[in-house]
Design a protein around this ligand. Structure first.
Ligand code: SF4
Length: 334
């Protein structure tokens, strides 16, 4: 962890009009110099902003970039998204996980087209009425796409503000503080700058205080312990059967009312590896707080499996679970 070089209390200033101005100035000039080149920053079109914000929920930037580009090529406008079949939307979403987000995105697109001729509302309050758009997402779209002066608070902003101010803040205090600090003339840039600083410099572990643009105004300079303990990863082993012939593979569809990934396609899951030999494939897969060891046997699916033989060429159009896609790629089947 970087060490403080001067006593922070001399230079704090945040909370006073002059201190807040200085914070904004430093943050924005840093952002103008070093912001990452990300595809959703090429346009302030609310559709682009909205899709990126939904994809970035609980997903890392690096994992989103290519999915985002592909998704926008497939559905370049809100009207195209609204007109698509749900299975096409889920297929385009495949690999990003948390498929409820894709369903909500689709439902919101339909609502926008049905009720507003595809035009987005411009304020955070109205945006919150869209399916899948909560307080944070509404504020992000309103500020970035429409310069609506409203601050955002996500995990990065929360960590950064608490470190800068040197104290833990309750949820409402965080939103109030962020709104006081907000640069009203450039709210979208300000919000992106705070999140960018939290994601790239004021990182959860080992913040890079020596290159931080607000280091002189920071009360803790990396010394504030996070109250939240990182969740403990659970470990599980799961088994699948790869039942393939020529250019076809047997897949099963998850129940439409399943809590996770309803309606998506996957390899038949079995309770244990058939026989005592080595599995055909072993790979690792993580979903939120669970690390899976995935063992795949190449054999016939158990009797009674309600599967469908699907040609390789159809798989690109089917919503596969991310893990199934990963297995089929590892098997060089797709
Ligand atoms: S804001 Fe974060 S990175 Fe910057 S000085 Fe404070 S603790 Fe370090």
């Amino acid at each position: 962890m970087s060490r403080p070089t001067t006593a922070p209390s001399d230079t704090l200033g945040i909370g006073t009009p002059a201190g807040n101005r200085r914070f904004r100035r430093r943050l924005l000039s840093w952002y103008d110099r070093v912001q990452r080149d990300l595809p959703w920053r090429e346009s302030r079109d609310p559709y682009w902003v909205w899709v990126s914000e939904i994809m970035l929920q609980q997903t890392r930037v690096a994992a989103v970039v290519e999915h985002y580009k592909r998704f926008l090529r497939r559905f370049p406008t809100v009207a195209k998204l609204a007109a698509a079949r749900e299975s096409s939307v889920l297929t385009a979403w495949s690999g990003l996980g948390y498929y409820r987000r894709a369903r909500m995105l689709h439902a919101a697109a339909k609502k926008l087209v049905r009720d507003r001729e595809g035009k987005f509302p411009t304020t955070a309050e109205e945006l919150r009425e869209l399916p899948g758009v909560g307080r944070y997402t509404a504020a992000a779209i309103a500020s970035i796409a429409f310069d609506h002066p409203v601050a955002v608070v996500d995990g990065n902003v929360e960590r950064l503000l608490q470190r800068v101010l040197g104290k833990m803040l309750a949820t409402e205090e965080l939103w109030t503080t962020a709104n006081h600090l907000l640069a009203a003339k450039r709210p979208g840039d300000f919000n992106q700058a705070v999140m960018e600083l939290g994601a790239t410099v004021c990182t959860p572990r080992q913040p890079k205080c020596l290159v931080c643009p607000v280091m002189e105004m920071c009360a803790t300079r990396g010394q504030l312990k996070s109250a939240a303990k990182p969740p403990r990863q659970r470990k599980r082993e799961i088994h699948y059967v790869f039942d393939g012939r020529k250019d076809q593979v047997l897949l099963v569809q998850r129940a439409r009312d399943a809590a996770l990934m309803p309606g998506m396609w996957e390899l038949p899951q079995v309770t244990n590896v058939n026989g005592s030999g080595q599995p055909w494939l072993t790979l690792r897969h993580s979903i939120t707080v669970t690390d899976y060891v995935v063992r795949v046997t190449r054999s016939s699916a158990p009797q009674g499996t309600e599967g469908v033989w699907l040609a390789k060429t159809r798989l690109t159009k089917l919503p596969l679970t991310g893990l199934t896609r990963k297995i089929l790629r590892a098997a060089h089947f797709i």
